[in-house]
Design a protein around this ligand. Sequence first.
Ligand code: PGA
Length: 247
Amino acid sequence: MKFVVANWKMHGNLSDALALAHASAKIAEQMSHVRLIIAPGFLHLMPVKEALRWVPHNFDLAAQTVSPFEDGAFTGDVSASQLKGLVDYCIVGHSERRHGHHETHESVNHQIQRLVHVGIKPIVCFGETHYAKGKISTALLHGLAHDLHEVSPETIEKCIFAYEPVWAIGTGKVASSEHIATVVRYVKEWFKEVHKIEPKVLYGGSVTAKNVTVIAKTNEIDGVLVGGASLHAKEVEAICRAFGHPV
Ligand code: PGA
């Protein structure tokens, strides 16, 4: 089953979130070939969960980040144990967190471990900052290795990874399917060799209804992480549809 992760970022008010959540759940119901995961902001997670009394089996909620710390005196933070029971997934290491909020590999590493400890699956973002044609950035695996430093294979197995070239996020510059395939194949090989696992790897960065058809044909990827386009139900529907035939 392919994944479509809708990262709503810091957009919209509560009524926008409720309307989009209802529309997204309906889309998931018609698209049982994909797992649709919506990630509203922290403030909207609980009301969205309460408003959606019934959801299809292929629909889940995610948080957009989590504190690297255990519960305690950390003003403004939300811990993994506070998210327990509320979400099944949590995005970690998004480039907007790494660059805008100076999150380090160590912090991402702790977030992964705290989430898995309470039974939430991390969606770990990674990606190079600059595009070099035909080249795979050495920083990619270097960064991933740091994020996963001393993380057990059992914990890594619970993670989904999202290849998100920073130059493609919110820029309208989508990576070519050849580039995505090359990088994802390379990363999956590395996981096989070093960690003896075959993780799911998604692609993210300017995915829209317009360009998703080509991306969806890239066999190497297990789905997409969508930002801007995920705020529009019509776009979400088309993106899900591109991954196969609705039932
Ligand atoms: P975008 O965002 O689809 O708006 O480029 C993707 C992301 O931030 O994950």
